[in-house]
Design a protein around this ligand. Structure first.
Ligand SMILES: *C/C=C(C)/C=C/C=C(C)/C=C/C1=C(C)CCCC1(C)C
Length: 231
């Protein structure tokens, strides 16, 4: 039967591992949200929502891949369209937890996310030229990076005196820059390095999701734990 995972399907194996890891992470974050202080509980639950949404999509994406060997582009972008804004909201929430958030920070992070994802999707789905989609996507990402490294969000974090919040904010900054850089690398290798290469594209995206959804949540959970222990 075509539908079965074959041992030589390396990309398929990564889809299976991540599907199950996302479910386990979801259980972990939801349970742990009960043992951190109140102002951190929402952040930890949102981390659980991110892995929950991803878990559902990974089961579908895995089926597409294992049965057709094609990139599950639509499912992937629906997942990102839900989970990436939630992760941007995390920045806002950890600032809000210490009273340093503003509406402008929220909107700019959201707008940057939408530009990045719409550009990438149009390029991958073939609505626009793959290079143009890449450039638009990069512009959205750079806008987000500016906000968290030098913009109002960065300033709000720097002027706060909560050590727990600051360490979480700094860790998230590195996720959004170094961790997220895996995605444009995947896009580049998949579409711009001469012809479409779904194998490389998908294992690189899968690795990126593993780091940027699960490790992202663990960072928030660790900061929440450390800060709650002090209170
Ligand atoms: C859980 C999913 C996450 C964190 C997805 C993040 C996706 C990106 C950072 C995608 C970025 C892209 C570019 C910066 C340019 C090329 C197109 C994209 C969409 C792959």
């Amino acid at each position: 039967m075509d539908y079965m995972l074959k041992p030589e399907d390396f990309v398929g194996v990564t889809f299976w591992i991540i599907s199950v890891s996302m479910v386990a992470s979801t259980a972990f974050f939801f349970l742990e949200a009960n043992s951190v202080s109140k102002q951190w509980a929402t952040s930890v639950r949102v981390a659980g929502l991110v892995t929950l949404i991803a878990a559902v999509h990974y089961y579908y994406m895995r089926d597409v891949w294992v049965s057709t060997g094609e990139s599950p582009t639509v499912y992937r972008y629906i997942d990102w369209l839900l989970t990436v804004p939630l992760q941007m909201i995390e920045f806002y929430l950890i600032l809000a937890a210490v009273g340093a958030a503003t509406a402008g920070i929220f909107w700019r992070l959201l707008i940057g996310t939408i530009i990045m994802l719409v550009g990438g999707f149009m390029g991958e789905a073939g609505y626009i030229n793959a290079t143009v989609g890449f450039i638009v996507g990069m512009a959205g990402w750079i806008y987000i990076l500016y906000e968290v490294f030098a913009g109002e969000a960065a300033q709000a974090s720097a002027s706060s005196n909560s050590e727990g919040m600051k360490s979480a904010f700094n860790a998230l900054k590195w996720i959004v820059s170094i961790g997220w850089s895996i995605y444009p690398i995947g896009y580049f290798l998949g579409y711009l390095g001469g012809g479409a290469d779904p194998e490389t594209l998908n294992w690189v995206y899968n690795l990126a999701d593993y780091i940027n959804k699960i490790a992202f949540g663990v960072i928030i959970w660790a900061a929440a734990k450390a800060d709650s222990a002090k209170a």
